[in-house]
Design a binder for this molecule. Structure first.
Ligand SMILES: NC(=O)c1ccc[n+]([C@@H]2O[C@H](COP(=O)([O-])OP(=O)(O)OC[C@H]3O[C@@H](n4cnc5c(N)ncnc54)[C@H](O)[C@@H]3O)[C@@H](O)[C@H]2O)c1
Length: 323
């Protein structure tokens, strides 16, 4: 089977490609533009082994470049697209909303349109828990009302889910949208809290804590995200009629920020210096995934609790020279 993974050099994408490449029957095609949202060298390193061992084919392409994308689809045929490429991050999306719209919405539409034109039947879209906005009902379930995003990033993810549904309806594409809940683990993006806090605490620099530390997140270990994505692929391929489904992929355990910091302190054996800052616009107070639907349809069963995952991340961080 030919699998196209977009955003393949990123944090989640590179872990997914490694896992997919274990199945020798599949051909893995990686697409990424290696942008400088964070150091592109980190992204090159993320997939260096896969490239050197000839386990994947790389397209260094920008999702916004329709003509270049089209020439790829004219040359190769794909059975499924796993679309993870995006401008990620809530706060930067408030600074650059047009960029987020162009990459996340137009880029997704390019891929959906090419899927239609070149008969790629299956599509997985990497959505986000941010679509739940300030949802008060916990845990968040896929049927909850999500028409109140509070950041441009969240709005692009919700819009892309709607585009996915439209292409499913009109062109019978078989689609699953996966709402990932804050992902962490080795190679986590350097802008994300766990990575940033670990770096700063390790260097003895104060960590910025937005709000009073009582915000809560459902943190999901990257191996569980990869497992949920591969299970979704298997599920999509088994459908006899084209489906459109949304699944939460989270840990279903909500962790307070103050507790998270204490776990990092313990793993580093260093005390954090905390600088309290006001609550940030766009940040949601709580995320908490209901994973009943993912359990039922996908057999998804996340394995790594935060108390186990943080020491693994910190060990990786220390061994990889604090990248
Ligand atoms: N990490 C999380 O906690 C989290 C949570 C929810 C959803 N997600 C989503 O999962 C996906 C992967 O996230 P990640 O944390 O691995 O981020 P990441 O930034 O590490 O990976 C995204 C990749 O997409 C690539 N990319 C960006 N714009 C592109 C473009 N125009 N053309 C081609 N490639 C482009 C980047 O170079 C990068 O390698 C994203 O869609 C993100 O929104 C992530």
């Amino acid at each position: 089977m030919n699998i196209l993974v977009t955003g393949a050099a990123g944090f989640i994408g590179s872990h997914l490609c490694e896992a997919l490449s274990q199945n020798e029957a599949d051909q893995i095609f990686c697409l990424d533009n290696f942008n400088d949202f964070y150091d592109p060298e980190i992204k090159r390193r993320n997939i260096r082994d896969l490239i050197e061992l000839n386990q994947v084919t790389l397209f260094e392409t920008d999702l916004r470049d329709y003509d270049q994308l089209k020439s790829i689809f004219e040359t190769y045929s794909f059975d499924i697209i796993i679309h993870l490429a995006a401008m990620a991050g809530v706060r930067p999306s408030i600074e650059q909303p047009f960029l987020y719209t162009q990459v996340n919405i137009i880029g997704t539409q390019h891929l959906l349109d090419l899927s239609k034109d070149f008969n790629v039947p299956h599509f997985i879209f990497g959505s986000s828990s941010s679509v739940y906005g300030e949802n008060k009902k916990v845990p968040f379930s896929e049927d909850d009302f999500v028409d109140h995003p509070i950041s441009p990033y969240a709005a692009t993810k919700k819009t892309s889910e709607l585009l996915c549904h439209t292409y499913h309806h009109l062109y019978k594409l078989n689609i699953a949208c996966l709402r990932f809940f804050t992902v962490y683990g080795p190679r986590q993006r350097p802008d994300l809290a766990i990575h940033k806090f670990t770096r700063l605490i390790n260097e003895g620099i104060a960590i910025p804590l937005f709000g009073d530390g009582t915000t809560k997140r459902d943190y999901t270990y990257v191996d569980d995200i990869v497992d949920g994505t591969i299970r979704t692929m298997t599920w999509l391929l088994a459908q006899t009629d084209p489906a459109y489904m949304i699944f939460n992929i989270g840990e279903s355990q909500t962790v307070e920020l103050n507790y998270l910091v204490s776990l990092i302190e313990k793993a580093l054996n260093k005390k954090a210096i905390i600088k309290h800052l006001p609550h940030q616009p766009g940040d949601v107070p709580l995320t908490y995934a209901s994973i009943d639907k993912s359990r039922k349809f996908l057999g998804y069963d996340p394995k790594t609790k935060i108390e186990e995952g943080i020491p693994i991340f910190v060990k990786w961080f220390l061994e990889s020279n604090n990248l």
